[in-house]
Design a protein around this ligand. Sequence first.
Ligand SMILES: [Zn+2]
Length: 329
Amino acid sequence: MVLAATYYDGKTSRRHQVTLEVQGDFALMLGELERRCPLSELHVSERSVHAQRKVTFPDGAYLEVGDSAAFDEMLARTGHQDGLVVRMTQSWLHVGMATVFTVAILWITYVYGIPAGARAVASALPQGVERSIGIGALELLDKRFFKPSALPATRQRELAERFAKMRPPQDGAPAYRLLFRASRIGPNALALPSGDVIMTDEMVKLAGDDEAVIAVLAHELGHLHERHLMQRLIQSSAIAAMSTLMFGDVSALLANVPTALLDARYSRQVESDADQYAVQMLRTNGISQDAMARVFERMARYEGKFDMGYLSTHPPSAERARAVRATPP
Ligand SMILES: [Zn+2]
């Protein structure tokens, strides 16, 4: 039995047309790329109405199989069983882990409240999970909200190089990759858990000068440093987070990404933390915090001209501009 599938390396969005078959205890992938992997090391996504079935390799690369019916048949022949409950009861380890995680999360929630619990879980998540969520989120955003950037490549490189030269304000700065996109959502910048920082052309234009663009990027790096988006995803869906931890299946968490990202109303505290990270980063590099304040002032004027609806920022831009300008040395 041979099935057509699409292979992704898990790092880029490039697709490779391949075929998938099972030989003994191994899955064999042939076509544009070839791989052989023990069945026991593959992870098969849950069956769901909307999504194609996904087979993930230990290194994060995955296959998407279009023909679900044929795939189910292939799985049945290999003795694969679906369903969290079936698999959980099969494995005492998972049951044990589930209990430990449940107790740990309940305890952390009880002692520190949900935000701190979410922070603890966010920093305990393996990096592979954050990467998968980020890659999935980027694909989704590219499909629905972004178009290729219209900024000349030289200008993109100039800004990227300028930001790359900036020293971070503290140790342990997150790795990031800067991407430019034109958007249907106006001036915006986002940081995905994978480290992808997306800057819209409209934001570059609104920022007005290079130092202001750098300030926006520094703010996003602050969100990455604190893992704000992951915390938010976890907070909004503790159950999905647990299944991600236990089974490495990120689809449940991924489902919350668009809302979490586009309803950009992070809490006041989270935004001001990222603002402060940006201010410290600017200062570390001899740039005045006014660069950050300028962005918020321009944002406030922009918001005055357009009804931003649910994209309106929280706290209001004018207030953030004042707070940034007033940051004591
Ligand atoms: Zn922010």
